[in-house]
Ligand binder design. Sequence first.
Ligand SMILES: Nc1nc2c(c(=O)[nH]1)N[C@H]1C(S)=C(S)[C@@H](COP(=O)(O)OP(=O)(O)OC[C@H]3O[C@@H](n4cnc5c(=O)[nH]c(N)nc54)[C@H](O)[C@@H]3O)O[C@H]1N2
Ligand SMILES: Nc1nc2c(c(=O)[nH]1)N[C@H]1C(S)=C(S)[C@@H](COP(=O)(O)OP(=O)(O)OC[C@H]3O[C@@H](n4cnc5c(=O)[nH]c(N)nc54)[C@H](O)[C@@H]3O)O[C@H]1N2
Ligand SMILES: [Mo]
Length: 701
Amino acid sequence: MLCEAVCGIVVETEGDQMLSVRGDSDDPFSRGHICPKAAALRDLAEDPDRVREPLRRQGDRFVPVSWDSALDEAAERLAAIQKQHGRDAVGFYLGNPTVHSYTALLTAPLFSKLLGSHSRFSATSVDQLPHMLAALEMFGHQLALPLPDVDRTAFLLILGANPVVSNGSLMTAGGIARRLEELRARGGRLVVVDPRRSETAELADTHLFIRPGGDAYLLLAMLHVIFEEKLDKPGDLTDITDGIGTVRSIAARFSPERVAGRTGIEADTLRALARDFAGAPTAAAYGRIGVCTQEFGGLASWLVVVLNAVTGNLDRAGGSMFSTPAADLVSAANVLGERGHFGVWKSRVRGLKEFGGELPVAVLAEEIETPGEGQIRGLVTHAGNPVLSTPSGNRLSVALAKLDFMVSIDIYQNETTRHANLILPTSCGLERDHYDLAFYALSVRNAARYVPAAISPPPGVREDWQVLLDLGIKLHQAGGGKRSHALYAALLALRSVGPRRTLDVLLRTGPHGKLFGGLSLSSLEKQPHGVDLGPLEPRLRDLLGKRRIALAPELLVADVPRLESALQATANGLTLIGRRALRSNNSWMHNSARLVKGPVGCTLLMHPDDARARGLSNGGRVRVRSRVGEVEVPLVISDEVARGVVSLPHGWGHDRPGAALKVAAAHAGASINDLTDPAVIDALSGNAGLSGVPVEVVAAA
Ligand SMILES: Nc1nc2c(c(=O)[nH]1)N[C@H]1C(S)=C(S)[C@@H](COP(=O)(O)OP(=O)(O)OC[C@H]3O[C@@H](n4cnc5c(=O)[nH]c(N)nc54)[C@H](O)[C@@H]3O)O[C@H]1N2
Ligand SMILES: Nc1nc2c(c(=O)[nH]1)N[C@H]1C(S)=C(S)[C@@H](COP(=O)(O)OP(=O)(O)OC[C@H]3O[C@@H](n4cnc5c(=O)[nH]c(N)nc54)[C@H](O)[C@@H]3O)O[C@H]1N2
Ligand SMILES: [Mo]
């Protein structure tokens, strides 16, 4: 519902009153695990600040309007912009919670197609885009994302992820701390590479402090040692793998001695890590946000997969595997020929490449600001808060205020949606039925669960899919969008049968549909604790079809010189990285009193030596300054961050006028994305470089 770990919960209700939320110990996958966000589901339902009926902005106030007039106005205004200025003049931003709603996942792409605009954006380009690009280039499918087989591996190498807090990402694994403890209890080893001694690093056998952005160098140095010492082990896939020679010759240039300075890790340590990883009976390297939201995100994401492949760990038990989900979007997309694409068109102002039909969100503000044909004048947001979640949010905020028209499908009047002319509210959390369509495809064990809504939604809201489809249908009727009758008919058809039918078809035709007497929506409904579909099984050959594995795709190889030339760059000053906390979920759950109570969440962490050098004291307020902005926050001095590194969580900064979140405003904090720089991207993929921002820190006046 709001987390990739998909933990089973038991909700006790009396009518539409929720009495309690607890972990479901009968869930075979999450085994009773729960975190504070689950309890906060109740706060979402009961939050007096939720938007519970469509709102229309009049000056700086919002007033309630009927659904009919809201949808009509939205469609007419958007259609008028498209008719006058072209279809690209209306942008569309899809936020993260979209992925947590199967009904939105199954309808948003259709709305997007009907809108027919190249100005499409999502949270993908402040998140996992580099991983998807590596998958597209190596396996020919943007969603063919390998997962660490946590439950069976003998050696887990985690780079730039903190699953003990985040609950795991692109790795669905409820109760991950227990799984990591089980790994160690069976004699396995856990190594964490992170510029901060994270909660996950605390559980590890070894934690290596890395200089931000150093992962690609570290991975190449490991490969260097593996080839030099002939530790590479061709696995079962050798006959369908191309490019190993190219990888070998690239790695030859990156000895541990050469990259030690840039990674901040001694050559001997890098050598030992390579030997241990390659020598383990099974091993899995797993990299997440810390390796992809940085300047070399594409390369680092690619090299993680290469390391797994070269050591014979790709697609084998205990290594790095692919799930076989009950509703298999990868296979379905294969059948439809929709595997993803890159660089088919480019952004108007800066010329950045599209990926999978979306432009990097780092260009959103400039595309609104810059006059000319194709300038964005209208915007639709769905479940997104880009003012707090994308680089230079303050600048984006100014840009949003200049739009001719904006409509936000959202549950809150917040930092982003306050700029909308109309806010269209949907149900959320426990108010709707639920199947984790996206996350079972990323699950470290095959599983499935479908649950009905636990409570009724507020009477004035609608379901996300209804709003998306109705807006699309009305847009077409108003003469906007792509003038395709087939698309319009598809929207009408989906509107009348609903996305539940689509889910049922996916389940019935999926890999588990014919087994177990045929999995379907109704068979899942009878098993509300979920069904276990067994451990991961090798399936890459099946996913590839007739294609081969490209271990050294040209696009990635061509980016290596950029990495090599950056080797000389010396670090002076401080480098800013992000952080997540258990009681926080991106930018939108700070209105839960249960989550924000206790110690202040939005603090800057700094190493004692760096604080001393600047005469800063613990608890004092500091001013953090980057090329694009500055914020003021309290300082916490701690050796959990490496020297030269400071860490600030994202998702804060709730003091903007016009947002209507009382609890969040009382715990406002400041937004790290007022410091992150839209000019700093992974030049290969276009993903935002959120981690590794150069900053100065001084005492606040
Ligand atoms: N409680 C909570 N859970 C969440 C979320 C949340 O906001 N709160 N957000 C959800 C979402 S949308 C996502 S995508 C996932 C993300 O899941 P994770 O990727 O596990 O997220 P983080 O906790 O940000 O972990 C990233 C780690 O990378 C480190 N890091 C930063 N820069 C570098 C670098 O250059 N190299 C290396 N090696 N490490 C680096 C950081 O110190 C941090 O420990 O979490 C999800 N789960
Ligand atoms: N500096 C820095 N920036 C980051 C990150 C980082 O680690 N560091 N992490 C990045 C990552 S991984 C992500 S995924 C993005 C997230 O970026 P976004 O998706 O833009 O932002 P969220 O904070 O997830 O905001 C979600 C929005 O959806 C609304 N919402 C919640 N539930 C529902 C629902 O059920 N229906 C509808 N219609 N609306 C709903 C909320 O009110 C809120 O407006 O942030 C990114 N930004
Ligand atoms: Mo994310």
